[in-house]
Design a binder for this molecule. Structure first.
Ligand code: 8YV
Length: 329
């Protein structure tokens, strides 16, 4: 009997996911709630052929060089900016992500955050909990209209399209979008979305939603200059990645009411949050939970498992992000 391949799981995960890995692999997993340091991760990866990662686990050339037996990194996330894909390809290491299974759940949350932001749900709840609700006032927590307004989406992939459909079909919004490339006519018609340049989107949209993958090119897609283009009544929602928005510039724009409000699920340097964002009232802050329903998190984890089994046992992953010229031998 040949020995089972060895797989590392970097974070605590559903017990049944560990069990399904154990049917095929010798599994080591991080049992604690603390993320491993780079030194711990490197030590734990010794002798492992596969690793189950999350978006917070950086895989780069130095780590790959220190872990010569590693063949596959299976990310439990659709975004994979934690992978240095070129270094992985050069090293013959496959990367996989977890697309599709989280699309609708994440689009739901994008809309939840948009609505909470536009209608000042968090701010008014804090007011009520603080015992400050003494009387009716005509302008108490007046928000921004959602139905019939203009929704601007930056990044029109699967999740962006899900948000567009919700806005257009559910709330009668005019949807405009900006993306690296235009969608085909049939998809534009299905989303009832019109392509515009980024400047026009920022100047026209009542609500701007960011769903663009993080890369050097998308770093600070929204900074002081872009915030200055937005309407003072507009809201901004980021469910993409920290670093897409310049959080420090955003905190200034919110404090000075240069835009009305923001909803943020992701942050530069998370889980740390820019201290100025914690003190401005007109921002809804959530701890990177857009894909967090039990069903979706299970499906994401299962897809990572399927990729590990697919590649290490059968030689074929389901959702690879790179193409290898030569596998690691
Ligand atoms: C993950 C995400 O929960 O899928 C993504 O890209 O950002 C989230 O759904 C997070 O990255 C942990 O892996």
């Amino acid at each position: 009997i040949s020995a089972k391949p060895r797989v590392l799981v970097t974070r605590s995960i559903f017990p049944e996911i560990i069990a399904s890995l154990e049917a095929h692999f010798e599994v080591t997993s991080n049992q604690s709630d603390e993320a491993w340091s780079l030194e711990q991760l490197t030590a734990q990866l010794q002798g492992k052929q596969g690793v189950f990662t999350t978006g917070g686990d950086r895989i780069d050339a130095a780590l790959l060089a220190a872990c010569p037996e590693l063949k596959i990194c299976a990310n439990m996330a659709v975004g994979y900016n934690n992978f240095d894909v070129d270094a992985m390809t050069a090293a013959g290491v496959l990367g996989t992500n977890a697309p599709d299974v989280l699309t609708e759940t994440t689009a739901d949350f994008g809309f939840a955050l948009l609505m909470a932001t536009a209608r000042r749900v968090s701010e008014s709840e804090h007011f009520l909990r603080a015992g400050l609700w003494k009387r009716w006032r005509y302008d108490m927590f007046s928000g921004t209209e959602i139905h019939g307004s203009t929704l601007g989406i930056i990044g029109m992939g699967r999740i962006g399209q899900g948000i567009a459909r919700r806005g257009a079909h559910g709330f009668g919004m005019q949807v405009i979008y900006h993306n690296r490339s235009r969608l085909d006519a049939a998809t534009e018609a299905d989303c009832r979305a019109r392509y515009v340049e980024k400047t026009e989107l920022l100047q026209t949209a009542d609500h701007v939603v960011l769903v663009v993958p993080y890369s050097a090119a998308s770093h600070h897609t929204i900074g002081a200059a872009e915030l200055a283009l937005m309407k003072p009544t507009a809201t901004l929602v980021n469910i993409a990645r920290g670093g897409i928005v310049d959080d420090s510039a955003l905190a200034v724009a919110l404090r000075e009411k240069r835009i009305a409000a923001a909803g943020l699920d992701v942050f530069e340097g998370e889980p740390s949050v820019h201290p100025d964002l914690l003190t401005v009232p007109n921002v809804v802050l959530t701890p990177h939970i857009a894909s967090a329903t039990v069903g979706t998190r299970r499906a994401m984890a299962q897809l990572a498992v399927d990729n590990l089994i697919g590649y290490l046992v059968h030689g074929q992953a389901r959702t690879p992000v790179n193409t290898l010229v030569q596998d690691r031998v």
